[in-house]
Design a protein around this ligand. Structure first.
Ligand code: FE2
Length: 375
C-alpha cells in the first residue's frame, strides 16, 4: 500500500517539519451557536470571524482561543455545501486536525511521497498581514490534516477573517485551559494497526504506548489503543473496539458518527480543581463517577497527598504511571449524537492517558449497575 522513498532521496519526514498543533476545525450545523456555547460554557474567547460580511460567501467561521488552544467552528450557508453534507453524515464533529509546520509544500510532498492521500495541494492566501501557506491530506474517516505554515503572517487567524464586531465574552469564572494535550480517534475494528502504520511510516510519527484489550477491558467495555506522536507535541491516541459481552463504547461512536473520527480532545490545565469548579459553574456537564471509584482509588494511591474530598466532590479521576500522576475528567458528549467529548487533564509528571482509570471507572460503574440489578 505504501512505498517508502529510497533512503536519502528526501530531506525530512513530515513529522520533522511539524511544529505543533495549529487548530482544530469543527464542522457544525450552527457556527454562531457552537461558538456561543464554547465561549459561555468553556471560557473560550472569540478572536476572529469569517462570513458574508468579510467576503466569504459559502460559510460562517468563528475562531475561539484560550491559552494556546485554537478552535474553529464552521457552518454551511447553503444546502449544497460539503459542510452541510458532512453535518448530515456525521452530525457536528472535528473535520480538521490542523498542524503547524515550517514548510506546507515540503511536508505535503514528503507525505504524498510516503503514501498519504492528498486532498488539496499547497496553496497560498495573502492579505495586508502577510501570507499563509497550507496543504491538506486525508486521515481516518472524513477527517483531514491541514498543514499550516504561518511564519509570514501577522494577522489574527487567516485572510478572510476579521477581528471587528465579534461577540462579547460572556461573564463567568476564569477557566484556565492552556493547551491541547492529545486528540483521540476512534477507528474501525481491525484497522488500528493500519492507522498506526499510517502515522509511523507515512508521517514519521513514533509509537508512544500500546494498551491491549487486556488492560482496558471489562466484561462490558473493551477497547485497544495505540498512541502515536510527532516526537514533541502532537499526541494522537487511536482506539479500536475489542470484543466484549456488550457493544463497546467505540462501536457506539462509530455507528453514531457513521465513520471513524475524533472521539475526544484533551485540554491541559495546571489547576484542575479550579478549572473544573469554573466549568461546573458555567454549566458544563461531566461524566458522573460512582462513589465506589473513590473507595478503590484512595486505597490504590494511598501514598499520594491529594485533596481527595474535593476531587470526589468535583468528580476528578486520578491515575499514576512510573513518571508521576495525572488528574482527569471527561465531559458528557458536547454533540447531539453520542460522539465528541472533551477531557480536562492536569499532568504531574505522568505521561500516560489514564488507562488505570478506564478499567477502574468502568468496573465501578458496573458494580453500581449490578447493585441496582441492571447488569
Ligand atoms: Fe484522553
Amino acid at each position: 500500500m505504501t512505498t517508502l522513498a529510497p533512503a536519502g532521496t528526501e530531506a525530512h519526514t513530515p513529522a520533522q517539519l511539524i511544529q505543533g498543533w495549529d487548530h482544530l476545525e469543527l464542522w457544525v450545523g450552527n457556527a454562531r451557536a457552537a461558538a456561543g456555547f464554547l465561549a459561555s460554557a468553556f471560557g473560550f474567547t472569540v478572536t476572529a470571524y469569517a462570513g458574508p460580511e468579510t467576503g466569504v460567501r459559502d460559510r460562517a467561521s468563528y475562531v475561539l482561543e484560550q491559552g494556546e488552544i485554537r478552535l474553529v467552528v464552521t457552518a454551511a450557508l447553503s444546502p449544497d455545501s460539503p459542510i452541510a453534507a458532512h453535518v448530515r453524515a456525521h452530525g457536528d464533529g472535528v473535520r480538521d486536525v490542523a498542524l503547524a509546520v515550517s514548510q506546507a509544500g515540503e511536508v505535503y510532498e514528503a507525505a504524498l511521497g510516503r503514501g498519504a492521500m492528498g486532498l488539496r495541494p499547497p496553496w497560498t492566501e495573502r492579505d495586508e498581514s502577510g501570507t499563509i501557506r497550507r496543504s491538506t491530506i486525508a486521515t481516518y474517516g472524513d477527517t483531514q490534516h491541514t498543514f499550516v505554515e504561518r511564519d509570514r503572517y501577522t494577522g489574527s487567524f487567516a485572510p478572510g477573517f476579521t477581528t471587528e464586531g465579534l461577540p462579547p465574552a460572556p461573564v463567568g469564572p476564569e477557566v484556565g485551559l492552556q493547551r491541547i494535550d492529545h486528540v483521540v480517534a476512534n477507528v474501525e475494528q481491525g484497522s488500528l494497526d493500519g492507522w498506526v502504520d499510517f502515522y509511523r511510516r507515512v508521517l514519521g510519527f513514533d509509537q508512544l504506548v500500546h494498551i491491549g484489550d487486556d488492560q482496558i477491558s471489562t466484561e462490558y467495555s473493551a477497547l485497544m489503543s495505540t498512541v502515536v506522536w510527532d516526537g514533541s507535541k502532537v499526541v494522537l491516541p487511536l482506539n479500536e473496539p475489542a470484543e466484549g459481552l456488550h457493544r463497546s463504547q467505540i462501536e457506539e461512536y462509530l455507528d453514531a458518527y457513521g465513520s471513524p473520527g475524533v472521539q475526544h480532545v484533551a485540554l491541559r490545565t495546571e489547576d484542575i480543581v479550579a478549572t473544573v469548579r469554573a466549568l461546573r459553574a458555567r454549566g458544563v456537564r461531566f461524566l458522573s463517577v460512582p462513589p465506589a471509584y473513590y473507595d478503590d482509588v484512595r486505597r490504590r494511591l494511598a501514598d499520594l497527598s491529594l485533596p481527595w474530598d474535593e476531587l470526589r466532590a468535583l468528580g476528578v479521576l486520578v491515575d499514576r504511571d512510573e513518571d508521576g500522576y495525572l488528574l482527569q475528567i471527561f465531559t458528557e458528549t458536547v454533540t447531539d449524537r453520542p460522539t465528541l467529548f472533551l477531557e480536562i487533564i492536569q499532568r504531574e509528571g505522568a505521561r500516560g492517558f489514564g488507562a488505570g482509570n478506564f478499567k477502574a471507572l468502568f468496573e465501578a460503574i458496573e458494580r453500581e449497575q449490578a447493585r441496582r440489578g441492571n447488569l
